[in-house]
Design a protein around this ligand. Structure first.
Ligand SMILES: *Cc1c(COP(=O)(O)O)cnc(C)c1O
Length: 356
C-alpha cells in the first residue's frame, strides 16, 4: 500500500461526554478512505475529515447490496496507551467476507495499517473510562454507476469511528431472547458466515416482532430444518449445559465471532469442557425445563458478554439463573474485560498496541 495521506478538518468537533456515550451516534473528526479500480488495485489510501460521501443513485451497492463490513474496538488502558484486540482476525474475516461477495480483498497488513492510522489520527477520541472504547467500522461498498447484476469493477473502502460507552453501565444485566421460527437468517451456501449488510436487512423484521413481544434479541434457528440453534442477531451464543459449555459449530451459516473464539480459548484454559456442535432447540429447552441449563450468554465485540435471563421458543418460556447473571458468565466478562482494558495480563498475545 502507498503511504497514507492525512488531512485534518479545519475545526475539530467537541467530544461527547464520556459518561453518556450512545452507540453509533457521534463520529470522530476523521475517516479512512481507499479506492479500488481494476488497473490500479487498491489505491490512494487517505485519512480525511469525516463527512458525506458523494455517490450517484445508480451506485451498485444501493441496488444489489454488494457490501461487507467489520466491527472492532480500540481500548484505552489505565496508563493512557491504546490497544486493539486480535485485529488480524478482523482482517482475515474481512478477506473471507470479500471472497464470498466477489469483492477484491484488502491485504491484511493494509487493513491493519489503515485501522492504526485512523486510531492515531483520532487518538483523543478514545475515551478513558473502563468499559468505554472507540468502535471502528470498516466497510467496503461496490461503487460502479450502473444497473445490471454482476460484480462491480470499482469499490470504496471506508473506516469510520465512534466513541462508545459501556454496554452495561450499571454492571452486566440479563437480556431476553425470542427464538424466531418463521424467518431465517442464513442457509448453507448463502452468506451467513460473511459479515455483510444483506444478512442484517433480512433480519430486521424478526427483530421488530420480537420487540413487540417485549424481547430484546432474536435467536435464529438453522434455515433448513428450523431445528438447530445458530446465533443471536449480532452475537454468538453459548450455553452452560450439564456442566459443559455448548455452542453451535460453524457450519457456514453462523458468523465466526472473534469474541466466540476468545471465550472458547479462555474456557479451555480453565479446564471447562467445550462442545462445538449442532444443538437442537428441542434438546436445549428440554434441558432447561429440567433445570439442567445452568447459564446462557451472547458473545460479540459490542457488549463483550451479554447474559441471557429469559428465552422463549414455541410453548417454552424459561428463566435462567433466576434472571440473575450466572457465575461463569460473570467470570468470562471479568476476564475478557480485564484483558481488553489492560487491567489483567494478556497471556495469549491478543493485544496489539497502537503507537502514539
Ligand atoms: C459481528 C457479528 C458477531 C460477533 O462477532 P465478534 O467478532 O465477536 O464481534 C456475531 N454474529 C453476527 C451476525 C455478527 O455480525
Amino acid at each position: 500500500m502507498e503511504a497514507i495521506q492525512v488531512s485534518h478538518p479545519k475545526i475539530c468537533k467537541p467530544h461527547p461526554d464520556e459518561n453518556s456515550l450512545v452507540f453509533g451516534k457521534a463520529f470522530t473528526d476523521h475517516m479512512f478512505l481507499m479506492d479500488y479500480a481494476p488497473a490500479e488495485g487498491w489505491h490512494v489510501p487517505r485519512i480525511v475529515p469525516y463527512g458525506p460521501l458523494a455517490l450517484e443513485p445508480s451506485c451498485m451497492v444501493f441496488h444489489y447490496a454488494q457490501e461487507v463490513f467489520e466491527g472492532l474496538k480500540a481500548y484505552r488502558a489505565p496508563d493512557g496507551s491504546i490497544r486493539l484486540f486480535r485485529p488480524m482476525d478482523n482482517a482475515r474475516r474481512l478477506r473471507d467476507s470479500c471472497r464470498r461477495l466477489s469483492i477484491p480483498e484488502i491485504p491484511e497488513a493494509d487493513f491493519l495499517a489503515a485501522v492504526q492510522a485512523l486510531v492515531h489520527a483520532d487518538w483523543e477520541w478514545v475515551p478513558h473510562t473502563f468499559g468505554t472504547s472507540l468502535y471502528l467500522r470498516p466497510f467496503i461498498i461496490a461503487t460502479d454507476c450502473s444497473l445490471g447484476v454482476h460484480a462491480s469493477k470499482t469499490y470504496l473502502f471506508v473506516i469510520i469511528a465512534c466513541p462508545v460507552g459501556a454496554y452495561y453501565p450499571g454492571g452486566l444485566s440479563p437480556v431476553s431472547i425470542y427464538v424466531e421460527s418463521e424467518d431465517v437468517r442464513a442457509v448453507r451456501g448463502g452468506t451467513g458466515f460473511a459479515k455483510c449488510g444483506g444478512n442484517y436487512a433480512a433480519s430486521i423484521r424478526a427483530g421488530e416482532r420480537a420487540a413487540q413481544r417485549g424481547y430484546s434479541q432474536v435467536l435464529w434457528l438453522d434455515g433448513v430444518h428450523r431445528k438447530y440453534i445458530e446465533e443471536v442477531g449480532a452475537m454468538n451464543i453459548m450455553f452452560l449445559l450439564d456442566g459443559k459449555v455448548v455452542t453451535p459449530k460453524l457450519t457456514g451459516t453462523v458468523l465466526p465471532g472473534i469474541t466466540r473464539r476468545t471465550c472458547l480459548d479462555l474456557l479451555t484454559d480453565w479446564g471447562i469442557p467445550v462442545e462445538e456442535r449442532l444443538l437442537p432447540a428441542q434438546e436445549l429447552f428440554e434441558a432447561a425445563s429440567q433445570g439442567r441449563l445452568q447459564e446462557a450468554w451472547g458473545t460479540g465485540t459490542a457488549a463483550v458478554i451479554s447474559p441471557i435471563g429469559l428465552l422463549e421458543w414455541q410453548d417454552y418460556k424459561v428463566t435462567l439463573c433466576g434472571g440473575q447473571v450466572g457465575p461463569l458468565t460473570q467470570k468470562l466478562y471479568d476476564s475478557l474485560a480485564g484483558i481488553l482494558w489492560g487491567t489483567l495480563p494478556d497471556p495469549h498475545g491478543w493485544i496489539l498496541p497502537v503507537a502514539d
